[in-house]
Design a protein around this ligand. Structure first.
Ligand SMILES: Cc1cc2nc3c(=O)[nH]c(=O)nc-3n(C[C@H](O)[C@H](O)[C@H](O)COP(=O)(O)O)c2cc1C
Ligand code: SF4
Length: 404
Protein backbone atom coordinates (compact mmCIF):
# COMPACT_ATOMS: atom_id res chain seq x y z
CA UNK A 1 0.00 0.00 0.00
CA UNK A 2 1.28 3.50 -0.77
CA UNK A 3 0.56 6.66 1.15
CA UNK A 4 -1.53 9.39 -0.42
CA UNK A 5 -0.86 12.98 0.46
CA UNK A 6 -3.02 16.04 0.76
CA UNK A 7 -1.58 19.23 -0.64
CA UNK A 8 -1.53 21.86 2.09
CA UNK A 9 1.19 24.49 1.76
CA UNK A 10 1.86 26.03 5.17
CA UNK A 11 4.20 28.52 6.64
CA UNK A 12 5.17 28.30 9.40
CA UNK A 13 4.83 24.56 9.38
CA UNK A 14 5.21 23.51 13.01
CA UNK A 15 4.04 26.38 15.15
CA UNK A 16 0.52 27.73 15.00
CA UNK A 17 0.69 31.14 13.28
CA UNK A 18 -1.34 32.80 16.05
CA UNK A 19 1.04 31.50 18.74
CA UNK A 20 -1.68 29.74 20.77
CA UNK A 21 -1.47 26.14 22.03
CA UNK A 22 -3.34 23.71 19.78
CA UNK A 23 -5.76 21.22 21.32
CA UNK A 24 -6.50 17.92 19.60
CA UNK A 25 -9.69 19.06 17.91
CA UNK A 26 -8.03 22.18 16.41
CA UNK A 27 -5.04 20.06 15.47
CA UNK A 28 -7.20 17.66 13.44
CA UNK A 29 -9.08 20.54 11.83
CA UNK A 30 -5.80 22.19 10.83
CA UNK A 31 -3.82 19.18 9.66
CA UNK A 32 -6.41 16.47 9.06
CA UNK A 33 -6.36 13.07 10.74
CA UNK A 34 -3.36 10.82 10.65
CA UNK A 35 -3.13 7.83 8.32
CA UNK A 36 -0.36 5.35 8.96
CA UNK A 37 -0.01 3.36 5.73
CA UNK A 38 2.29 0.37 5.99
CA UNK A 39 5.73 0.66 7.59
CA UNK A 40 7.62 0.08 4.33
CA UNK A 41 5.78 2.91 2.57
CA UNK A 42 6.37 5.17 5.57
CA UNK A 43 10.09 4.38 5.55
CA UNK A 44 10.29 5.13 1.82
CA UNK A 45 8.49 8.43 2.38
CA UNK A 46 10.89 9.43 5.15
CA UNK A 47 13.88 8.50 2.96
CA UNK A 48 12.53 10.56 0.05
CA UNK A 49 11.88 13.56 2.30
CA UNK A 50 15.53 13.79 3.36
CA UNK A 51 14.44 14.48 6.96
CA UNK A 52 17.39 14.70 9.34
CA UNK A 53 17.38 14.81 13.14
CA UNK A 54 16.82 18.19 14.77
CA UNK A 55 18.42 17.24 18.11
CA UNK A 56 21.91 18.35 17.04
CA UNK A 57 23.63 15.71 14.92
CA UNK A 58 21.43 15.98 11.77
CA UNK A 59 21.47 12.20 11.24
CA UNK A 60 19.10 10.98 8.49
CA UNK A 61 15.95 9.73 10.19
CA UNK A 62 15.20 6.88 7.80
CA UNK A 63 18.63 5.34 8.45
CA UNK A 64 17.93 5.27 12.18
CA UNK A 65 14.46 3.84 11.62
CA UNK A 66 15.94 1.12 9.41
CA UNK A 67 18.68 0.17 11.85
CA UNK A 68 16.30 -0.03 14.83
CA UNK A 69 13.85 -2.18 12.82
CA UNK A 70 16.74 -4.41 11.70
CA UNK A 71 18.14 -4.74 15.25
CA UNK A 72 14.66 -5.72 16.44
CA UNK A 73 14.38 -8.38 13.75
CA UNK A 74 17.86 -9.73 14.49
CA UNK A 75 17.36 -9.92 18.26
CA UNK A 76 13.69 -10.93 18.18
CA UNK A 77 12.91 -8.12 20.66
CA UNK A 78 10.15 -5.54 20.31
CA UNK A 79 11.71 -2.09 19.99
CA UNK A 80 10.93 0.97 22.09
CA UNK A 81 10.59 4.57 20.90
CA UNK A 82 11.63 7.62 22.94
CA UNK A 83 10.78 11.21 22.03
CA UNK A 84 13.59 13.42 23.28
CA UNK A 85 12.16 16.67 24.63
CA UNK A 86 14.88 17.16 27.25
CA UNK A 87 16.29 20.37 25.79
CA UNK A 88 19.06 20.31 28.38
CA UNK A 89 20.79 23.24 26.66
CA UNK A 90 19.93 26.15 29.01
CA UNK A 91 19.78 28.72 26.21
CA UNK A 92 17.51 26.72 23.90
CA UNK A 93 13.73 27.16 23.85
CA UNK A 94 12.62 25.58 20.60
CA UNK A 95 11.57 22.13 21.88
CA UNK A 96 9.60 23.40 24.86
CA UNK A 97 7.91 25.98 22.60
CA UNK A 98 6.98 23.26 20.11
CA UNK A 99 5.66 20.98 22.86
CA UNK A 100 3.63 23.80 24.35
CA UNK A 101 2.15 25.07 21.05
CA UNK A 102 1.90 21.91 18.94
CA UNK A 103 2.04 18.89 21.26
CA UNK A 104 -0.13 16.78 18.93
CA UNK A 105 2.32 17.05 16.04
CA UNK A 106 4.99 15.53 18.30
CA UNK A 107 2.58 12.86 19.56
CA UNK A 108 1.53 12.02 15.97
CA UNK A 109 5.19 11.72 15.02
CA UNK A 110 5.84 9.45 17.99
CA UNK A 111 3.03 7.12 16.90
CA UNK A 112 4.30 7.12 13.31
CA UNK A 113 7.85 6.34 14.43
CA UNK A 114 6.51 3.49 16.60
CA UNK A 115 4.57 2.14 13.59
CA UNK A 116 7.64 2.40 11.35
CA UNK A 117 9.84 0.26 13.63
CA UNK A 118 7.10 -1.96 15.10
CA UNK A 119 7.32 -0.60 18.66
CA UNK A 120 4.62 -1.28 21.23
CA UNK A 121 5.94 1.07 23.90
CA UNK A 122 6.69 4.78 23.64
CA UNK A 123 8.06 7.43 26.02
CA UNK A 124 8.07 11.20 25.85
CA UNK A 125 10.92 12.54 27.97
CA UNK A 126 10.85 16.17 29.12
CA UNK A 127 12.30 18.36 31.85
CA UNK A 128 9.27 20.68 32.00
CA UNK A 129 5.58 20.60 31.12
CA UNK A 130 4.91 16.93 31.91
CA UNK A 131 1.38 17.48 33.26
CA UNK A 132 0.41 19.60 30.25
CA UNK A 133 1.56 16.79 27.96
CA UNK A 134 -0.28 14.18 30.01
CA UNK A 135 -3.50 16.11 29.46
CA UNK A 136 -2.72 16.38 25.71
CA UNK A 137 -2.32 12.59 25.68
CA UNK A 138 -5.69 12.27 27.43
CA UNK A 139 -7.36 13.92 24.40
CA UNK A 140 -6.16 11.17 22.06
CA UNK A 141 -6.73 7.46 21.40
CA UNK A 142 -3.32 6.27 20.29
CA UNK A 143 -2.52 2.69 19.24
CA UNK A 144 0.78 2.65 21.19
CA UNK A 145 0.67 3.77 24.85
CA UNK A 146 2.90 6.74 25.69
CA UNK A 147 4.45 7.40 29.09
CA UNK A 148 5.60 10.92 29.94
CA UNK A 149 8.96 10.80 31.73
CA UNK A 150 10.17 13.74 33.85
CA UNK A 151 13.90 14.15 33.46
CA UNK A 152 16.27 15.78 35.95
CA UNK A 153 17.25 19.30 34.85
CA UNK A 154 20.79 18.76 33.61
CA UNK A 155 22.72 19.53 30.44
CA UNK A 156 23.35 15.82 29.85
CA UNK A 157 19.83 14.47 30.49
CA UNK A 158 19.01 14.53 26.78
CA UNK A 159 22.11 12.65 25.64
CA UNK A 160 20.64 9.48 24.18
CA UNK A 161 22.40 6.91 26.40
CA UNK A 162 21.62 8.96 29.56
CA UNK A 163 18.03 9.24 28.41
CA UNK A 164 17.47 5.54 27.84
CA UNK A 165 19.18 4.69 31.11
CA UNK A 166 16.79 7.04 32.96
CA UNK A 167 13.72 5.74 31.12
CA UNK A 168 14.82 2.22 32.16
CA UNK A 169 14.83 3.26 35.83
CA UNK A 170 18.53 4.14 36.23
CA UNK A 171 20.38 7.45 36.60
CA UNK A 172 20.40 9.96 33.74
CA UNK A 173 24.10 9.39 33.08
CA UNK A 174 25.72 8.78 29.71
CA UNK A 175 27.50 5.48 29.06
CA UNK A 176 29.90 4.29 26.39
CA UNK A 177 27.69 3.63 23.41
CA UNK A 178 28.83 0.19 22.49
CA UNK A 179 26.47 -1.30 21.54
CA UNK A 180 24.54 1.85 20.58
CA UNK A 181 21.07 2.52 21.98
CA UNK A 182 19.51 1.69 18.62
CA UNK A 183 20.64 -1.89 19.38
CA UNK A 184 20.48 -1.94 23.17
CA UNK A 185 18.53 0.86 24.82
CA UNK A 186 15.50 0.92 27.11
CA UNK A 187 15.29 -2.46 28.97
CA UNK A 188 18.25 -3.58 26.76
CA UNK A 189 15.91 -3.51 23.76
CA UNK A 190 16.57 -1.81 20.39
CA UNK A 191 15.48 1.80 20.94
CA UNK A 192 14.73 4.69 18.63
CA UNK A 193 15.54 8.07 20.21
CA UNK A 194 14.34 11.04 18.20
CA UNK A 195 14.20 14.72 19.00
CA UNK A 196 10.65 16.04 19.39
CA UNK A 197 11.03 18.46 16.48
CA UNK A 198 12.13 15.63 14.19
CA UNK A 199 8.95 13.77 15.14
CA UNK A 200 6.78 16.83 14.46
CA UNK A 201 8.24 17.09 10.94
CA UNK A 202 7.50 13.39 10.47
CA UNK A 203 3.84 14.02 11.36
CA UNK A 204 3.61 16.52 8.47
CA UNK A 205 5.64 14.46 6.00
CA UNK A 206 3.29 11.49 6.55
CA UNK A 207 0.35 13.76 5.70
CA UNK A 208 1.67 15.96 2.90
CA UNK A 209 4.50 13.91 1.43
CA UNK A 210 8.20 14.27 0.67
CA UNK A 211 7.77 16.73 -2.22
CA UNK A 212 5.87 19.11 0.04
CA UNK A 213 8.59 18.78 2.68
CA UNK A 214 11.30 19.47 0.09
CA UNK A 215 9.46 22.52 -1.18
CA UNK A 216 11.24 24.36 1.65
CA UNK A 217 15.01 24.22 2.10
CA UNK A 218 17.80 23.36 -0.31
CA UNK A 219 18.52 20.20 -2.35
CA UNK A 220 21.18 19.21 0.21
CA UNK A 221 19.19 20.07 3.34
CA UNK A 222 15.44 19.86 2.97
CA UNK A 223 12.68 21.41 5.03
CA UNK A 224 12.71 23.97 7.78
CA UNK A 225 14.07 24.09 11.31
CA UNK A 226 13.12 25.71 14.57
CA UNK A 227 15.79 28.05 15.89
CA UNK A 228 16.28 29.80 19.21
CA UNK A 229 17.61 33.29 18.55
CA UNK A 230 19.30 35.32 21.30
CA UNK A 231 19.73 39.05 20.80
CA UNK A 232 20.99 41.27 23.64
CA UNK A 233 18.27 43.11 25.51
CA UNK A 234 15.42 40.99 24.14
CA UNK A 235 13.69 37.79 25.22
CA UNK A 236 14.96 34.77 23.22
CA UNK A 237 12.78 34.14 20.15
CA UNK A 238 11.88 30.83 18.54
CA UNK A 239 11.55 31.09 14.77
CA UNK A 240 10.95 28.54 12.08
CA UNK A 241 13.16 29.11 9.04
CA UNK A 242 13.75 27.17 5.82
CA UNK A 243 17.25 25.80 5.28
CA UNK A 244 18.97 28.18 2.89
CA UNK A 245 17.88 31.33 4.71
CA UNK A 246 20.81 33.73 5.28
CA UNK A 247 21.72 34.04 8.96
CA UNK A 248 21.63 37.83 8.77
CA UNK A 249 17.87 37.56 8.20
CA UNK A 250 17.49 35.62 11.44
CA UNK A 251 19.52 37.85 13.72
CA UNK A 252 20.84 41.40 13.38
CA UNK A 253 24.59 41.42 12.77
CA UNK A 254 25.27 45.16 12.55
CA UNK A 255 27.14 46.27 15.65
CA UNK A 256 27.91 42.66 16.62
CA UNK A 257 31.41 41.30 17.14
CA UNK A 258 30.68 37.57 17.12
CA UNK A 259 27.96 34.97 16.83
CA UNK A 260 27.60 31.74 18.80
CA UNK A 261 26.21 29.00 16.57
CA UNK A 262 24.99 25.61 17.81
CA UNK A 263 24.72 26.28 21.54
CA UNK A 264 27.14 25.64 24.40
CA UNK A 265 28.77 22.79 22.49
CA UNK A 266 28.89 25.06 19.46
CA UNK A 267 31.20 27.51 17.74
CA UNK A 268 31.97 31.22 18.06
CA UNK A 269 32.42 32.95 14.73
CA UNK A 270 33.26 36.58 13.92
CA UNK A 271 30.04 38.36 12.93
CA UNK A 272 31.46 39.24 9.48
CA UNK A 273 31.95 35.53 8.74
CA UNK A 274 28.53 34.57 10.08
CA UNK A 275 27.00 37.17 7.75
CA UNK A 276 28.14 35.05 4.79
CA UNK A 277 26.41 31.88 6.02
CA UNK A 278 23.01 30.35 5.45
CA UNK A 279 21.05 28.11 7.78
CA UNK A 280 22.23 24.98 5.96
CA UNK A 281 25.88 26.00 5.61
CA UNK A 282 26.24 26.88 9.31
CA UNK A 283 26.55 24.20 11.98
CA UNK A 284 23.59 25.23 14.11
CA UNK A 285 23.42 22.09 16.26
CA UNK A 286 19.88 22.05 17.62
CA UNK A 287 19.10 25.41 15.99
CA UNK A 288 20.83 27.89 18.28
CA UNK A 289 22.08 31.39 17.37
CA UNK A 290 23.23 34.24 19.61
CA UNK A 291 24.69 37.57 18.55
CA UNK A 292 27.32 39.17 20.80
CA UNK A 293 27.31 42.98 20.70
CA UNK A 294 30.68 44.63 20.08
CA UNK A 295 30.61 46.25 23.54
CA UNK A 296 30.44 42.89 25.40
CA UNK A 297 33.34 40.62 26.34
CA UNK A 298 33.44 37.33 24.40
CA UNK A 299 36.03 35.68 26.69
CA UNK A 300 33.89 36.55 29.75
CA UNK A 301 30.80 35.01 28.12
CA UNK A 302 32.80 31.90 27.26
CA UNK A 303 34.27 31.62 30.75
CA UNK A 304 30.80 31.65 32.35
CA UNK A 305 29.53 28.96 29.99
CA UNK A 306 32.65 26.83 30.49
CA UNK A 307 32.26 26.91 34.24
CA UNK A 308 28.69 25.70 33.82
CA UNK A 309 29.76 22.95 31.38
CA UNK A 310 32.54 21.76 33.69
CA UNK A 311 30.02 21.41 36.52
CA UNK A 312 27.80 19.33 34.23
CA UNK A 313 30.38 16.55 33.83
CA UNK A 314 28.77 13.34 35.02
CA UNK A 315 32.05 12.55 36.80
CA UNK A 316 32.48 9.12 35.26
CA UNK A 317 35.49 9.66 33.00
CA UNK A 318 38.78 11.02 34.39
CA UNK A 319 39.72 13.39 31.53
CA UNK A 320 36.26 14.98 31.64
CA UNK A 321 36.00 15.10 35.44
CA UNK A 322 39.48 16.61 35.92
CA UNK A 323 40.14 18.27 32.58
CA UNK A 324 37.04 20.39 32.11
CA UNK A 325 37.29 22.22 35.49
CA UNK A 326 41.00 22.96 34.79
CA UNK A 327 40.17 24.33 31.36
CA UNK A 328 37.27 26.37 32.77
CA UNK A 329 39.43 27.82 35.57
CA UNK A 330 42.23 28.69 33.16
CA UNK A 331 39.75 30.32 30.78
CA UNK A 332 38.45 32.43 33.67
CA UNK A 333 42.03 33.73 34.02
CA UNK A 334 42.09 34.57 30.31
CA UNK A 335 38.79 36.40 30.69
CA UNK A 336 40.27 38.69 33.35
CA UNK A 337 42.63 41.49 32.27
CA UNK A 338 46.10 40.93 33.72
CA UNK A 339 49.22 38.78 33.37
CA UNK A 340 48.45 35.40 31.82
CA UNK A 341 51.82 33.64 31.45
CA UNK A 342 51.36 30.44 29.50
CA UNK A 343 47.64 30.04 30.30
CA UNK A 344 46.49 30.34 26.69
CA UNK A 345 48.87 27.58 25.61
CA UNK A 346 47.77 25.46 28.61
CA UNK A 347 44.11 25.76 27.60
CA UNK A 348 44.95 24.69 24.04
CA UNK A 349 47.05 21.74 25.26
CA UNK A 350 44.54 20.51 27.86
CA UNK A 351 41.80 20.72 25.24
CA UNK A 352 43.75 18.24 23.12
CA UNK A 353 44.10 15.94 26.15
CA UNK A 354 40.36 15.68 26.95
CA UNK A 355 39.11 15.49 23.37
CA UNK A 356 37.76 12.07 22.42
CA UNK A 357 38.41 10.73 25.94
CA UNK A 358 34.86 10.60 27.33
CA UNK A 359 32.07 8.07 27.23
CA UNK A 360 29.92 10.78 25.68
CA UNK A 361 30.62 13.84 23.54
CA UNK A 362 30.52 16.31 26.43
CA UNK A 363 34.31 16.90 26.45
CA UNK A 364 34.42 17.15 22.63
CA UNK A 365 31.59 19.68 22.52
CA UNK A 366 33.20 21.73 25.28
CA UNK A 367 36.55 21.72 23.48
CA UNK A 368 34.84 22.91 20.29
CA UNK A 369 33.58 25.97 22.16
CA UNK A 370 37.01 26.61 23.73
CA UNK A 371 38.92 26.40 20.44
CA UNK A 372 36.50 28.67 18.61
CA UNK A 373 36.74 31.23 21.44
CA UNK A 374 40.55 31.17 21.35
CA UNK A 375 40.43 31.98 17.62
CA UNK A 376 37.46 34.34 17.43
CA UNK A 377 38.45 36.37 20.49
CA UNK A 378 42.22 36.31 19.87
CA UNK A 379 42.45 40.13 19.73
CA UNK A 380 40.42 40.52 22.93
CA UNK A 381 42.58 37.92 24.67
CA UNK A 382 45.68 39.90 23.61
CA UNK A 383 44.09 43.03 25.11
CA UNK A 384 43.43 41.14 28.36
CA UNK A 385 47.05 39.97 28.46
CA UNK A 386 48.05 43.63 28.16
CA UNK A 387 45.86 44.46 31.15
CA UNK A 388 42.72 45.96 29.61
CA UNK A 389 39.34 44.91 28.22
CA UNK A 390 37.62 46.67 25.32
CA UNK A 391 34.12 45.75 26.53
CA UNK A 392 32.07 48.52 28.16
CA UNK A 393 28.89 46.59 29.00
CA UNK A 394 29.18 43.74 31.50
CA UNK A 395 25.58 42.48 31.15
CA UNK A 396 25.67 38.71 30.49
CA UNK A 397 24.17 37.60 27.16
CA UNK A 398 24.04 33.82 27.50
CA UNK A 399 21.85 32.34 30.24
CA UNK A 400 23.54 30.00 32.70
CA UNK A 401 21.48 28.27 35.43
CA UNK A 402 22.27 29.24 39.00
CA UNK A 403 24.63 26.84 40.73
CA UNK A 404 22.92 24.77 43.40
C1 LIG B 1 25.77 16.15 25.75
C2 LIG B 1 24.61 15.92 24.84
C3 LIG B 1 23.36 16.43 25.16
C4 LIG B 1 22.26 16.21 24.32
N1 LIG B 1 21.06 16.77 24.65
C5 LIG B 1 20.00 16.60 23.81
C6 LIG B 1 18.73 17.18 24.12
O1 LIG B 1 18.58 17.87 25.14
N2 LIG B 1 17.71 16.97 23.24
C7 LIG B 1 17.87 16.22 22.09
O2 LIG B 1 16.93 16.04 21.34
N3 LIG B 1 19.06 15.65 21.79
C8 LIG B 1 20.12 15.82 22.61
N4 LIG B 1 21.31 15.24 22.30
C9 LIG B 1 21.39 14.38 21.10
C10 LIG B 1 20.84 12.98 21.45
O3 LIG B 1 21.91 12.21 21.99
C11 LIG B 1 20.30 12.25 20.20
O4 LIG B 1 21.31 12.23 19.20
C12 LIG B 1 19.07 12.91 19.62
O5 LIG B 1 18.03 13.04 20.58
C13 LIG B 1 18.55 12.07 18.45
O6 LIG B 1 17.44 12.68 17.87
P1 LIG B 1 17.44 13.27 16.39
O7 LIG B 1 18.16 12.27 15.50
O8 LIG B 1 16.00 13.40 16.05
O9 LIG B 1 18.17 14.57 16.43
C14 LIG B 1 22.43 15.44 23.13
C15 LIG B 1 23.68 14.91 22.81
C16 LIG B 1 24.76 15.16 23.65
C17 LIG B 1 26.09 14.58 23.27
S1 SF4 C 1 32.55 12.23 29.16
FE1 SF4 C 1 32.06 13.46 30.97
S2 SF4 C 1 29.89 13.82 30.85
FE2 SF4 C 1 30.35 12.17 29.40
S3 SF4 C 1 30.03 10.28 30.57
FE3 SF4 C 1 32.17 10.81 30.82
S4 SF4 C 1 32.27 12.04 32.70
FE4 SF4 C 1 30.14 11.96 32.05
Amino acid sequence: MTLTFTDVPMSPRLLAPDGTPTDFRTHEQRYGSLSYGDPTALLRTVAESGLTGRGGAAFPMYRKLLSVAEAARRTGRTPVVVANGAEGEPASRKDRTLLRLSPHLVLDGLQLAAAAVGAEEAHLAVEDGASYLESALGQRHDPVPVRVVRLPKRFLSGESSALVQYVSGGAALPRYQNPPVRERGVHRTPTLVQNVETLAHLALIARYGPDWFRSAGTPAQSGSALCTVHVAGREPRVVEAPFGMPLHRLLPLDGMSAVLLGGYHGTWLPAVEAAQLTLDSADLGAGFLAALPADRCGPAETARVLRYLALQSAGQCGPCLNGLPRIAAAFATLATPGPQGGTRADVARWSGLVEGRGACHHPDGTVRLVRSALTTFAAELDAHANGFCTATDGTPLLPVPQES
